[in-house]
Design a protein around this ligand. Structure first.
Ligand code: ZN
Length: 362
């Protein structure tokens, strides 16, 4: 089989290199965690990572043991996200302040991740969840407020560095893909986060895979995320329902127009043929984009996160089967690990903390 998941979960590093997060409970992982803990108690600096999501902002206080040890989350703060610029920055300040006060500590640096484009100078160029931050130097604002090294980056870049440190520690090159409302992406190539000329590298959601495809909010047609995101799953489901192929999905939603991706995923555990057919078609589109990314970047691992990775085992199986058959050229002569959903809900905030540490290190 030219693609593979981790060959032996029992050798997993902390966080698990196996298919499921549960792999982290292996003995080897436990030993590593003990070693990490011992290292942490000696010298580990602390960082704060903030993940600004669509509705919630999750902030964590993290210790990062030396030599790439497993990050240890000491405390967390969950606050609502705000679209307005002053309120959005104010919410981050509130969270960081709360974590510092509770721990009676000052972190070595702060990292913030948000959906959108952040350029090489730290200016937010687009932010669908927090439009008020567009044009702002958020890191500069926070740096002035706290007098600490601060970095703001794309949330998928944060997920990529978290995956590199937590999930795939022995891998030098990986692609992290986040399947949510849209598709986020981050690339670690030869051990370094890929940035590009403007800082926008590794954003595959708007790769056009069908020039005659559905309109994307970005203005193009047939972007990958019009098929392979939660939004795309909903559209594929409505097509199936309209053609009479998924009656239980229709019954759950009430009408064709009301069908969303969740109506499909909610039925997967029942073995409903219609829901499974829609999800398999969706997985085919996920595999299509991943095949192209593998050809372009030659990663050792592709880490799939985001809300849809909750259906990891099925998605991993379907994507793997598609790569083996329809997209065999992309995986020939390679041994690409496909890991679905191993990062957990805090991976974005942890990754932001790790990038904050990079900024501190210069
Ligand atoms: Zn697009």
């Amino acid at each position: 089989m030219p693609w593979a998941t981790a060959p032996d979960a029992s050798t997993s590093e902390p966080g698990g290199r196996g298919r499921r997060p549960a792999a982290s409970s292996s003995n080897g992982s436990h030993r590593s965690r003990v070693i990490d803990f011992v290292a942490m108690t000696l010298t580990s600096p602390r960082y704060i990572g903030v993940d600004v999501g669509g509705t919630k902002t999750l902030s964590v206080l993290v210790e990062l043991p030396p030599h790439g040890g497993h990050p240890i989350v000491l405390d967390r703060e969950l606050l609502p996200s705000r679209a307005d610029s002053d309120e959005a920055v104010g919410m981050i300040v509130q969270a960081v302040t709360a974590l510092m006060e509770r721990a009676a500590t000052v972190p070595a640096a702060i990292g913030v991740g948000l959906a959108g484009f952040v350029d090489r100078h730290g200016i937010v160029r687009s932010a669908p969840n927090t439009p008020g931050l567009v044009g702002m130097d958020v890191a500069g604002e926070l740096g002035l407020r706290f007098d600490l090294p601060t970095l703001v980056d794309n949330d998928a870049n944060c997920a990529a560095v978290a995956a590199h440190r937590v999930v795939a520690r022995d891998v030098d090159s990986l692609v992290a893909v986040t399947l949510g409302t849209g598709i986020g992406g981050g690339v670690v190539l030869d051990g370094r986060l890929l940035r590009g000329a403007n800082g926008f590298a590794g954003e595959p959601g708007h790769m056009v895979i069908d020039p005659d495809g559905p309109e994307c909010p970005c203005g193009q047609r047939g972007c990958w995320e019009t098929f392979a995101s939660g939004t795309g799953l909903g559209r594929l489901a409505r097509e199936a329902v309209a053609a009479g192929r998924a009656p239980r999905v229709l019954a759950a939603a009430g009408s064709v127009e009301a069908v969303r991706g969740e109506h499909v995923t909610d039925l997967l555990h029942t073995g409903d043929d219609g829901a499974l057919e829609v999800f398999a078609r969706f997985a085919g589109y996920v595999a299509l984009g991943i095949a192209n990314l593998i050809l372009l970047l030659d990663p050792e691992a592709v880490v799939i996160g985001g809300g849809l990775s909750a259906h990891g085992e099925l998605l991993e199986h379907l994507v793997g089967a598609e790569l083996d058959t329809r997209f065999a050229t992309s995986v020939r002569h390679r041994n690409v690990k496909i890991l679905v959903g191993p990062g957990g809900p805090e991976s974005g905030a942890i990754g932001a903390a790790i990038l904050g540490a990079h900024r501190q290190a210069g």
